[in-house]
Design a protein around this ligand. Structure first.
Ligand code: ADP
Ligand code: ZN
Length: 527
């Protein structure tokens, strides 16, 4: 019966109710679907969880022929197709993981008009053009369209080849979809995919039920455990770590503390990964500890928290990852712990990474925007939304709104730190990391300080008005404000040209005082 329903859908609403069993369209879905069904192009910017899939799946069912979905998420195609088939939709995929025979079978079904939705990896498009020429195509959907942006955080060269769609099949409507909405990405999508004539749909990126919190990293795992035990005991969550090793260690450690925690990263055997993923999806209260390899396309409505134990590389990535919390609209937490070491590590990864100078410059700017979010004294949500081009007022449901940080005039502290750096570099040709510099300012006679003769510096012991944690906060914020920079492999610090004004006393530096632990609030603002 389901199969019949899918095949015979004559209107979008009928497909929505009969195939998916939903009562009504959400947000702009109806208009988007109408646009594409009519045969016009569309560009859809919608946050994760907003309901992008239906925007191309329903027009594909209603229009004659096969909807071809270009997606970079090869690992998910199998699951996506399975899920559609369970609804009675005839779906298939073509990617490099298949055998020749498997591909041939899909091709035959396509040509026989027996496929409603065909998922295609972008690198297969050049070899599939002849095939698509012979098939009847209802539409092209370009999922994760931000991958075409060279300036973005997730560039895939194969996506540039997608201009072919427009050139070769000018009459087939195209719908490009992404959860990344900066003005720059949007312009690049339009330009690189030749979507000048497309109607653009921008949904609000606000996720009011998610409480954003960013804490200075002290003992990250213990901080995380407190978050789980105090606020999310027995609830499902995702914990993101940067490295595979820390994924495994963190999962083990949490398990030893009585949390049902499982690891997930690309280095684990495929069976382990799919078993862990299945448990996360099916069981209640599983905490998945993962690298960012986990989560794309995962649709679990009741993820109550997303925690980051390491600094994400960009706001786009952070927003996408935290967006996996609270898809059901209920109160959820996005929690991030970050410290100086994160900045050092990320800088090093950018320097050592692949890519030309332009790419590295883009990566640095992404990192700086992320740092600015971490160190802001303003509402986190306001700053996040502004990043995506949306103006809003303070939200009342983030750590800075709930527990406003005090700001203070940190000009003198900044001068002490920066002049220590400048002296050591100019007079002795030496550069140091934050730990040693803070020791000097606090007047600590450590072995290293004594051996290097740094007790004789004029700033030795001059910074006792602040504690060690506060000084580390000063360093982080000066980095975020672009007054300090991390140089080289060992995280040594240098001053930037902008620091000169501060040292001359011509520019004031406002700093954020580290707040006390944020009192937990599970009541989000009600709209
Ligand atoms: P996105 O791709 O934008 O991250 P999805 O397309 O995966 O979001 O949709 C997120 C969830 O919302 C899915 O579980 C989907 O079935 C559900 N959903 C989408 N549209 C509707 C609707 N109109 N009514 C009810 N649920 C919907
Ligand atoms: Zn706020």
């Amino acid at each position: 019966a389901a199969r019949a329903a899918a095949a015979s859908s004559s209107s979008p609403l009928e497909a929505l109710t009969k195939v998916w069993g939903y009562d009504a369209f959400r947000g702009e879905q109806a208009e988007i679907i109408e646009t594409v069904t009519r045969g016009d192009d569309a560009l859809v910017l919608m946050p994760t969880g907003g309901g992008k899939s239906l925007c191309y799946q329903i027009p594909a069912l209603v229009r004659e022929g096969t909807g071809v979905v270009i997606s970079p998420l090869i690992a998910l195609m199998h699951d996506q197709v399975d899920a559609l088939e369970q609804l009675g939709v005839r779906a298939a995929f073509l990617n490099s993981t298949q055998t020749v025979e498997e591909r041939r079978e899909v091709e035959q079904r396509l040509l026989a008009g027996e496929i409603d939705l065909l998922y295609l990896a972008p690198e297969r498009l050049p070899v599939a053009t002849g095939l698509l020429d012979r098939a009847r195509i209802a539409l092209f959907a370009i999922d994760e369209a931000h991958c075409v942006s060279q300036w973005g955080h997730d560039f895939r060269p194969d996506y540039l080849g997608l201009t072919l769609l427009h050139e070769r099949w000018p009459d087939v409507p195209r719908i490009a979809l992404t959860a990344t909405a900066t003005a720059q990405t949007r312009e690049e999508i339009v330009r690189n995919l030749r979507l000048e004539g497309a109607r653009v749909f921008v949904s609000s990126f606000d996720r009011p039920n998610i409480q954003y919190r960013i804490a200075p990293k002290q003992e990250a795992r213990k901080q995380l455990l407190r978050l789980i035990k105090d606020e999310h005991d027995g609830e499902a969550g995702i914990v993101y770590c940067l490295s595979r090793a820390s994924v495994e260690k963190t999962a083990e450690w949490l398990a030893a503390q009585g949390v049902t925690a499982l690891p997930y990263h690309a280095g684990l055997p495929a069976q382990v990964r799919s078993r862990n993923q299945a448990r996360f999806l099916r069981e209640d209260g599983v905490v998945m500890v993962a690298t960012i390899a986990f989560g794309m396309g995962i649709d679990k409505p009741d993820v109550r928290f997303v925690a980051h134990l390491d600094l994400p590389k960009s706001i786009e990535g952070y927003y996408q990852e935290t967006g996996r919390a609270g898809r059901d609209g209920l109160p959820s937490t996005a929690w991030l712990a970050y410290g100086l070491q994160d900045v050092v590590q990320q800088r090093r990864m950018i320097e050592d990474g692949e890519g030309d100078a332009t790419r590295k410059r883009a990566q640095s700017l992404h990192l700086e925007a992320m740092l600015a979010l971490c160190e802001t004294v303003q509402c986190r949500r306001q700053q996040l939304l502004r990043y995506f081009g949306e103006e809003s007022g303070p939200c009342g449901n983030c750590d800075t709104c709930l527990n406003p940080p005090q700001s203070y005039d940190g000009t003198v502290a900044a001068q002490k730190l920066m002049s220590t750096i400048v002296r050591l570099e100019r007079e002795r040709g030496q550069r140091y990391g934050a730990g040693h510099l803070v020791d000097i300012l606090l007047g600590k006679e450590t072995e290293r300080v004594v051996k290097l003769g740094h007790t004789s510096l004029s700033t030795f012991g001059l910074g006792s008005e602040l504690g060690e944690a506060e000084w580390r906060g000063v360093v982080r914020q000066l980095l975020a404000q672009g007054l300090l920079e991390v140089r080289g492999e060992y995280g040594v610090l240098g001053v930037t040209p902008a620091a000169a004004d501060v040292l001359r006393g011509e520019r004031q530096v406002l700093l954020r005082r580290e707040p006390e632990r944020v009192r937990s609030s599970r009541g989000p603002r009600v709209k």
